[in-house]
Structure formats: structure tokens, C-alpha cells
Design a binder for this molecule. Sequence first.
Ligand SMILES: [Zn+2]
Length: 112
Amino acid sequence: MKSRIPSLTSLAGVPVRVRRVPDVRKETERLGYEAGKEKLAGVCLRHPKGKKGMEILVDSTLPLREQSSTFLHEVIHALFPDLSESMVLKIERGLFPILWRRGFRPFGEQDE
Ligand SMILES: [Zn+2]
């Protein structure tokens, strides 16, 4: 099934581009951001160079459930930029299982 998330969406009025890529760290660097050395499941980038809004990248090599959880995680970052990583993780881990059971499938039902 095709992704249900359009590549360009909007969160609280801010345009957000959502892309799944095989190497989030490499793509983050390609876009001109520091990415560190560790593998990244996802990132939320603010104001990518030359573009308005935000960009969310999710690792396309992860199982779909993890991609979905990562997407939720990055959406929380996008909506609440001042929240600490540990708070974002708490919200993700608390909310995601409920949403998943209720059919939250932002990238469709199965891997493409
Ligand atoms: Zn995070």
C-alpha cells in the first residue's frame, strides 16, 4: 500500500515535508546539518536551507511499526520544539501503542 502521508503536509500551520530515506544521518548532512556519528531512526529539521517550514526524515529500512513510531516521535518534536528528548520519548512510548492498536498507519499497512 502506498504511503498515507503526503510528502508535504502541515502541522499547526507550518509546512512539513516528510520523507523516508535509507540513511537519515547521511541525508541530514547532505541537507547541511550536523548529524553526529550515530545511526538515526529519524530527525525533524527546522527550516532546511532555502526552504520554508520543517522536514521530517524517517529511516526507510526500519520495520513499518518502528517507522510509524519514529514518525510520531518527530511530529512531537515538530509541535513542541522545547520539549526535552526524554519527554518526547515518554510521550511517544505512551501514545504510540494506543494509536497503533487503533489503526495508526502513517505509511500504510506493509513495507513497500
Ligand atoms: Zn527525538
